[in-house]
Design a protein around this ligand. Structure first.
Ligand code: PMP
Length: 358
């Protein structure tokens, strides 16, 4: 099977095989990693190694803390304003799609003052603002944006310059797909279920100087400062997801690190966009300069064919190609664990389908 799911998404086969092999005897314990205390030496060592691996992969500077949180990226839509916007603070958000809109909605629900510094809804979320057009309030507590919109398939080809205002990025669908310069960001967060591991874990990478700014009413479980002080173990963490994320980090390392992931991901995306653009049947609506490497939405020029496309694709072992339920159409997600061979098979199927139905 080739799985193009947007998340929970395909995991590397080698990772699944290793987890299977270790399932009933992890680390010589005679039991699985799911059954040992998160406070015991074996698990705390695993937690430390996992963080060290992530730090090496992303070259995370020493003045950043890494938190392994729960509640998904949606939890961070609340945690970010609760931790970074003191009462009365002003914040800035860029709206480039469904996920940024949800982040804005949650911040406002918590009574935080939000200015939408750029709004791409008029293009039906097929564009990002131009770098030059962005102006931020220098007194804002932070600027929040979504580098890759998983549903719209639109991605920033640049990192916005927020000056001295901390830049907060929801990297749920892009973290670990390529190298990034962590030092450009005040805070990065990402739900795990795409390039990182199983659902249930959410990574937060935060510059130390941003700790200690939380609102007094922040729930303990969302409080970055407390989590940082307790090694992300204020309560029982999702230990199995944490373990699998560590295996994924090892797999990325062994595969040449993030530069190698980036080269592969670029080639996969180019192959699929090339096939779409040279066909008469398929169409991707996103402006070319900001097309996502990770999530490729497309439609069929002849209505009514999508159902056939999906069922014939599934029969060829190509699964999870339906678009998000809010927008319909089709979508192929091309995260790290999706091999080039999967995209070659998809493109071959698309050409054959067009020959028969186009
Ligand atoms: N942000 C982005 C960019 C996403 O893709 C998603 C999930 N697809 C979310 C936020 C929400 O993540 P979660 O389900 O982990 O809360």
């Amino acid at each position: 099977m080739f799985n193009f799911s947007a998340g929970p998404a395909a995991l590397p086969l080698e990772v699944l095989e290793r987890a299977r092999a270790e399932l009933i005897d992890w680390n010589g314990s005679g039991m699985s990693v799911m059954e040992v205390s998160h406070r015991g030496k074996a698990f705390t060592e695993l937690a430390e190694q996992t963080e060290a691996r992530l730090r090496a992969l992303l070259a995370i500077p020493g003045d950043y803390r890494v938190l392994f949180m729960q509640g998904g990226a949606t939890g961070q839509f609340a945690a970010v304003p609760l931790n970074l916007a003191a009462p009365g603070a002003r914040t800035e958000y860029l709206n480039t799609g469904v996920w940024s809109a949800k982040a804005i909605e949650e911040a406002r629900r918590l009574g935080v003052s939000v200015r939408v510094a750029a709004d791409e809804s008029a293009s039906r979320y097929t564009t990002v603002p131009s770098r030059e057009a962005l102006r931020f309030d220098p007194g804002a507590a932070y600027v929040h944006y979504t580098p890759n919109e998983t549903i719209g398939g639109v991605e920033f080809p640049y990192v916005p310059d927020s000056g001295t205002v901390p830049l907060v990025a929801d990297m749920s669908s892009t973290l670990l797909s390529r190298p990034i310069e962590v030092g450009r960001f005040g805070l990065i967060y990402a739900g795990a279920q795409k390039n990182i591991g199983p659902a249930g874990l959410c990574l937060v990478i935060v510059r130390e100087e941003l700790l200690g700014r939380a609102r007094a009413d922040v729930p303990a479980i969302l409080d970055y400062t407390r989590l940082a002080a307790h090694g992300s173990m204020l309560n029982t963490p999702p230990t199995f997801a944490w373990y699998v994320a560590g295996l994924v980090f090892e797999w990325i390392e062994a595969g040449g690190g993030l530069a190698a992931m980036a080269a592969r991901n670029r080639a996969k995306a180019d192959l699929l966009y090339g096939a779409i653009d040279t066909s008469g049947l398929y169409r991707n609506p996103v402006e070319r300069t900001c097309r996502s490497w990770m999530n490729v939405p497309f439609t069929l020029e002849r209505p009514g064919l999508e159902k056939h496309f999906l069922s014939e694709a599934a029969a060829e072992g190509l699964t999870h190609l339906e678009g998000h339920r809010s927008v319909g159409g089709l979508r192929a997600s091309l995260y790290n664990a999706v091999p080039l061979a999967a995209v070659e098979a998809l493109v071959g199927f698309m050409r054959e389908f067009e020959r028969r139905h186009g």
